[in-house]
Design a binder for this molecule. Sequence first.
Ligand SMILES: Nc1ncnc2c1ncn2[C@@H]1O[C@H](COP(=O)(O)OP(=O)(O)OP(=O)(O)O)[C@@H](O)[C@H]1O
Ligand SMILES: [Mg+2]
Length: 90
Amino acid sequence: MELRGVRKSYGAFKVPEDISLSVYPGELIIIRGRSGVGKTILLNIMGLIDRPDKGRTLFDGVDVTNLEGIPSTKTHKNPLPQKLLTTLES
Ligand SMILES: Nc1ncnc2c1ncn2[C@@H]1O[C@H](COP(=O)(O)OP(=O)(O)OP(=O)(O)O)[C@@H](O)[C@H]1O
Ligand SMILES: [Mg+2]
């Protein structure tokens, strides 16, 4: 999965810089930063729970930035209904 030049803001809050990164199958990455810097926003964009204001999200080379079904970005926390799985099943 890949992020290209992703930007996001909520009111006065802005993710501090454009984010570009690639994560390959089997790779483990760590996202670090002080509380409130935007880590969860980034994870939500990577997990297609949220949309960036600017930039693209690609999965397996396919642009999935505006995939239908992603909730509006202006509401707080949008849980997606899904079957409960154990960590291993997931
Ligand atoms: N869906 C949303 N609607 C409105 N504001 C939001 C939303 N998501 C995040 N924010 C705001 O964006 C800012 C960054 O939030 P985020 O949760 O990404 O930080 P974080 O780095 O994950 O912090 P922590 O380490 O405390 O988990 C916060 O001020 C938060 O209130
Ligand atoms: Mg968080």
